[in-house]
Design a protein around this ligand. Structure first.
Ligand SMILES: *Cc1c(COP(=O)(O)O)cnc(C)c1O
Length: 349
C-alpha cells in the first residue's frame, strides 16, 4: 500500500475471484461457468457489432434491455443492465445501502466487500444448522436485505412464499434477491414485482446464458428503483455495457431453445453427480444451482480439493469455519462429471 492510499480503505479485504488457470485439458469446475459454448448466433452478432467499434455504444442499452424485458415479462423501464451482475449489485449497495445491510454468514463473498468499500454497516446473520436462510431472522433489522436465491455456495433455494415473507417483514427497506442461479430449478421472485415496491431482482448472463466473459448482468424492479440505479450508473459510467456485449446479450436472450437445452443438461448432470457422490459416501446439500456443495467422507474439503487438483480437476474450497468439510463443484458436461467421479473413486481408495 502506498502512503497515498485512502486511509478509510486501509483495512479493505478484496474479493478474491476463483482462479482462471490456462492449463491444458484442465477440468474447470471452480467458478460456476457454463460448460457449453455461447448460443450459436452470438459469434456472428458480436462480429457484426464490432464493425462499429469506433463509435460509443448505446449508453441506454435500449435494444438489449427491451430483449431482456420481453423474456422476463416486464416493461423496458423495469430493466437495467450492467457490466456483470457484480456491477449491478455494487450500484444497488450504493443506492440502497445507507441504512446498513443484512445478509447471511455463508453467501456470496462479494457482499461484505462492497459493504466495506462503501463504508456501510453489515449485519451478518448465520444460516441455520441445515445451512438454510431462516427468513424470520431478517425481521426488524431495519436494513437493506441481500440474499442470493438459490444461495451460494450451498445451492439451497427458498420458496417464493419465503421471499414474500421477507418482503412483507421489511416494507420500508429494499430486499435484493440475487438470482444468479435461479435458472437451474428455483422460483424467481419476478412474479412478485408488481406487488412489492421494495423488491429488486438481480440476474446474470454468466451462469445460465454462456456469457461469463462478456460481463453482463441486469436488475429488475419497479421503475423508481431502476431510475435510482440509473442515477448511480450515469454518475459512474454510462457506457458500462460495451457494444459487443450488448449484441451478444441480445443474441443469447433470443435463443430460448438453446438456453433451455443447456440448463436442462446442467440440471440432469447435477442429479447424476449428486447420486454418484452419495453412493461414494459424500454428504451433498440439495442444490437448485449449477453446482453442488459436497463433503467427502473421511477427508477435509481442502484435502479433497488438493487431491482433485493433482488430477487436473479444479473445484472451489472456502477456508471458512462452518464449511471446511465442503467443496463447491460446478456442474460441467456429462463427460467432465464422469471424470470427476472416476478420479474421486481413486482418491477415496
Ligand atoms: C456469479 C455470481 C454473481 C456475479 O455474476 P457476474 O454477473 O458474473 O458478475 C453474483 N452473485 C452470485 C451469487 C454469483 O454466484
Amino acid at each position: 500500500m502506498s502512503r497515498f492510499f485512502n486511509t478509510r480503505l486501509a483495512q479493505l479485504r478484496e474479493y478474491i475471484p476463483g482462479e482462471q488457470p490456462k492449463i491444458q485439458d484442465l477440468i474447470k469446475l471452480n467458478t460456476n461457468e457454463s460448460p457449453f459454448a455461447p448460443a450459436p448466433g452470438v459469434l456472428a452478432a458480436v462480429e457484426e457489432a464490432a464493425k462499429k467499434l469506433q463509435l460509443y455504444n448505446d449508453p441506454t442499452a435500449r435494444n438489449l434491455n427491451a430483449a431482456i424485458a420481453k423474456v422476463c415479462g416486464v416493461k423496458e423501464n423495469q430493466v437495467i443492465t450492467g457490466n456483470g451482475s457484480d456491477e449491478i449489485l455494487a450500484f444497488a449497495f450504493q443506492a440502497f445501502g445507507e441504512c446498513g445491510l443484512a445478509f447471511p454468514d455463508i453467501t456470496y463473498g462479494f457482499y461484505p466487500v462492497w459493504a466495506a468499500l462503501y463504508g456501510m454497516d453489515a449485519k451478518i446473520i448465520p444460516l441455520n444448522d441445515r445451512y438454510e436462510i431462516d427468513v424470520n431472522d431478517y425481521s426488524g433489522n431495519d436494513r437493506t436485505v441481500v440474499i442470493a436465491n438459490p444461495n451460494a455456495p450451498t445451492g439451497k433455494a427458498l420458496p417464493l412464499s419465503a421471499i414474500e415473507t421477507l418482503l412483507r417483514m421489511n416494507p420500508d427497506h429494499i430486499v435484493i434477491v440475487d438470482e444468479a442461479y435461479v435458472d437451474f430449478g428455483a422460483e424467481s421472485a419476478i412474479r412478485l414485482l408488481d406487488q412489492y415496491e421494495n423488491l429488486l431482482v438481480v440476474r446474470t448472463f454468466s451462469k445460465s446464458r454462456q456469457l461469463a466473459g462478456a460481463r453482463l448482468g441486469f436488475a429488475i424492479g419497479q421503475p423508481p428503483l431502476i431510475d435510482d440505479l440509473n442515477r448511480i450508473r450515469n454518475s459512474f459510467h454510462p457506457y458500462n455495457v460495451n457494444t459487443m456485449t450488448q449484441a451478444a446479450g441480445i443474441a443469447a436472450v433470443k435463443d430460448t431453445a438453446y438456453f433451455e437445452s443447456c440448463r436442462k443438461a446442467v440440471m440432469e448432470n447435477r442429479e447424476w453427480t449428486t447420486k454418484e457422490l452419495e453412493k461414494l459416501g459424500f454428504s451433498v446439500l440439495p442444490s437448485m444451482a449449477n453446482f453442488v456443495f459436497a463433503a467427502a467422507p473421511g477427508i477435509s474439503g481442502m484435502e479433497y480439493q488438493q487431491a482433485l487438483r493433482k488430477n487436473n480437476i479444479i473445484v472451489r474450497y472456502f477456508d471458512t469455519p462452518r464449511i471446511k468439510a465442503f467443496v463447491r463443484i460446478t456442474i460441467g458436461s456429462r463427460e467432465q462429471m464422469e471424470k470427476l467421479i472416476e478420479v474421486t473413486k481413486e482418491i477415496l481408495k
